[in-house]
Design a protein around this ligand. Structure first.
Ligand SMILES: Cc1ncc(COP(=O)(O)O)c(C=O)c1O
Length: 392
């Protein structure tokens, strides 16, 4: 490993014309194909060269047939989970998956029946809602409270909701998208106890767990006392290594019975695997070189999110959540008028496309999410335009 590599996240690399959703779907999403996009949560920062080299080597072989689930892949996951998150994982607990959202859908199909209820804490990543309703289950939404500018769980309300016998599964976003909260050990412990008491399985989506800003430390649900036997944890290289298009994800389910039933669902759908290039990327990303890249990336993103929050705080009418994790900044623009108007003004006057808060459920209405995973020379002027537009 070359410890001397210094990653430069400043160069601007055009993604337009690469079928990148963030760029090439602008016309259909925002009615304008030159608006600067800070919406969908992938980064405009390159995957590290060492990883691109491994992909090149594999592509150069020129044969892309069926691949087995080889040992090195599992060892990389085990190494990463211990090195980065202090979680000891048995290889037998790991199941590969094309994506975290696929695993969410499989968990809903596995642990609930049609007509059952799935609990969640909103505002939260939109597919938590859509996977539930598309699978013909009901949503029990326990909205998060904003306390001193950060999301807090309303445990009294949640306790009542989980006591409903039709609630069989809870979906948790840990760390939280869109709020960037890193749930503490105590908060997770209380959740685990409530789920245990009510026989509710707990799905912990930990896709954002690598990008965490000091002094916060990610706590995996797998390390919470009494939670292991009842938890399904999902992760991916998508966010950390900007590899979402490679579709390389996995679940870790320590409990044998929960794991076997989950695998049965995945097998029935023939979707318990990762494609060849995804496997190559996953094997090499979760390595000491990958850890060093992640360390430098996190520092860059931390500075980005801090600068963005500082700029937005110039506007008295804006409430900004300083993220403890994720490259996302969640802000309350409700004082500027109906969200559709704000959304359109930002597109047409500031030339900036953001994620509108409704994607994260009704509690997100009027809030906006800014993706800070961009070179600073693009991000900061865009946020300055947001500030000057809203100031008017
Ligand atoms: C919390 C959360 N889970 C899952 C995903 C999507 O993951 P995947 O592409 O592996 O389905 C995202 C993407 O933004 C996310 O924020």
């Amino acid at each position: 490993m070359d410890q001397k590599i210094i990653y430069d996240f400043d160069p601007v690399i055009s993604r337009a014309g690469t079928f990148a959703e963030k760029y090439d779907a602008r016309k259909s999403f925002f009615g304008k194909d030159d608006v600067e996009p800070f919406w969908v949560a992938d980064m405009d920062l390159p995957t590290p060269a060492f990883l691109v080299d491994r992909l090149h080597e594999r592509v150069n072989h020129a044969m892309f047939g069926y691949t087995e689930q080889y040992e090195e892949l599992f060892q990389s996951i085990i190494w990463w989970m211990m090195d980065q998150h202090n979680v000891a994982v048995d290889p037998a607990w790991i199941s590969l998956s094309p994506s975290v959202v696929t695993s969410i859908s499989f968990a809903i199909q596995t642990y609930t029946e049609i007509g059952d209820t799935v609990a969640l804490l909103s505002p939260v990543y939109g597919p938590f809602f859509t996977c539930t309703t598309q699978n013909k289950r009901r949503v029990s939404d326990c909205p998060l409270q904003v306390v001193e500018g950060q999301f807090q769980i309303d445990y009294a309300a949640l306790e009542k909701q989980l006591a409903d016998p039709s609630v069989k599964l809870m979906l948790l976003c840990n760390p939280h998208n869109p709020g960037g909260r890193v749930w503490s050990q105590e908060e997770l412990q209380r959740l685990a106890v409530l789920c245990n008491e009510n026989q509710v399985a707990l799905f912990s989506d930990e896709i954002h767990c690598d990008i965490v800003y000091p002094p916060s430390i990610h706590q995996s649900m797998l390390n919470i006392n009494g939670a292991r036997h009842n938890s399904i944890m999902a992760h991916s290289i998508g966010k950390t290594f900007n590899c979402s298009g490679l579709q390389a994800s996995f679940t870790i389910i320590p409990d044998e019975s929960l794991r076997n039933s989950f695998r049965k669902t995945a097998e029935e759908a023939h979707a318990g695997d990762v494609n060849l290039l995804g496997k190559t990327a996953l094997t090499h990303a979760f390595s000491p070189e990958g850890a060093e890249y992640k360390r430098q990336l996190t520092a860059y993103l931390h500075e980005n999110t801090q600068q963005v929050c500082k700029l937005l705080q110039k506007l008295d009418k804006v409430k900004v959540m300083q993220p403890e994790a994720t490259f996302l900044v969640w802000s309350d623009f409700r004082k500027f008028g109906p969200w559709q108007e704000v959304f359109n003004t930002l597109i047409h006057t500031a030339n900036v496309a953001l994620s509108g808060g409704r994607f994260f459920g009704p509690a997100g209405e009027g809030w906006f999410r800014i993706n800070c995973g961009h070179p600073r020379s693009k991000l900061i002027p865009a946020v300055e335009r947001i500030v000057s537009t809203l100031a008017e």
